[in-house]
Design a protein around this ligand. Structure first.
Ligand SMILES: [Zn+2]
Length: 300
């Protein structure tokens, strides 16, 4: 239903406990490694730059286990392929050596990549971002190190030894309707004419539905009911899981209580069509859950 829903990646978590086996696996012809640098990936033309072990070795010299992350396997008709990512701390060498290689962010890449590559790119950049931001233990401040094929970082202080796991931030996004209208709002820093449905992060102790109700109230002063879960989408900017809902407002009065939005209003389907046509309304990015929620409502 949403983008980034590819379900053919078998993450093979049991392999993560055996670094020697993974290192052997990564060197096979059926294995591919995608270098990642600060949530950006390398492309050649419209394709992700997947490297073999020897190609990566030519680029970086020594391949270090601490930067190698096992993403999982995909079973294809032609056989099973294994996918890895590699945390690249010095991207310049690779840019200079690989012909026409460019570093690009996911927003530019999603429209051109295949379903499988979009999904793998999303996993690879998500885990890379987590490594970049968890170099130190949040309990004692000592350095952490990567283990379990990149899916755990452990504190190096023997008195602490705390294990840290990849984090995903839960967020809600909701298409709120009143009669035949949908609520769309915009933040001041967005491009001109860009509008979307409301969204926000889930706070500690809150259910997803409670977060929807709170955000509707804080951002637009609405009281909502009939909160229905629609689906979810990983949203790697930088590490969210967006959970999508629909809800109905009990009244049409809008009040921008927390000022997160600079403007919000109710739109009918025909108003959206007309404003889109004249360029006065730009809906969210095509691959986003927000756009999907809006399009599902427009089709009804
Ligand atoms: Zn520690």
């Amino acid at each position: 239903m949403f983008a980034l829903q590819f379900d053919q990646l078998d993450r093979q978590a049991e392999l993560r406990t055996n670094p020697n086996q993974l290192r052997d696996l990564a060197q096979q012809d059926s294995s591919f490694i995608v270098p990642v640098h600060r949530q950006q990936l390398f492309t050649q033309g419209d394709n992700l730059l997947w490297l073999s072990w020897s190609q990566l070795q030519n680029q970086v010299g020594t391949i270090e286990d601490k930067h190698l992350i096992y993403l999982g396997q995909i079973n294809l008709e032609t056989g099973t392929k294994h996918y890895f990512s590699y945390r690249l701390t010095q991207p310049d060498d690779l840019i200079q050596q690989a012909e026409n290689a460019e570093l690009q962010g996911l927003r530019q890449l999603f429209p051109v990549l295949s379903e499988a590559d979009s999904y793998l790119a999303n996993v690879a950049t998500g885990i890379e971002h987590w490594h970049n931001t968890h170099q130190y233990c949040g309990y004692c401040g000592h350095a952490t190190y990567s283990k379990l094929a990149g899916f755990v970082r452990q504190c190096s202080n023997s008195d602490c030894s705390k294990e840290h796991y990849p984090r995903t931030d839960a967020a809600v996004i909701c298409a709120i309707t009143f009669e035949d209208k949908i609520l769309l709002g915009r933040q001041a820093q967005w491009p001109e004419h860009r509008y979307s449905v409301i969204a926000g992060f889930v706070e500690p102790g809150e259910s997803l539905e409670q977060a929807v109700a709170r955000e509707a109230n804080e951002e637009a002063g609405l009281t909502v009911s009939n909160i229905q879960y629609v689906g979810s989408q990983p949203w790697p900017f930088p590490q969210s899981l967006m959970t999508g809902f629909t809800a109905e407002s009990s009244h049409p009065e809008i009040k921008l209580k927390d000022k997160e939005l600079e403007h919000a209003a109710w739109f009918t389907r025909s108003e959206i069509n007309e404003l889109k046509e004249s360029g006065q309304l730009i809906l969210p990015y095509k691959y986003s859950i927000s756009r999907t929620l809006i399009e599902q409502w427009r089709k009804h």
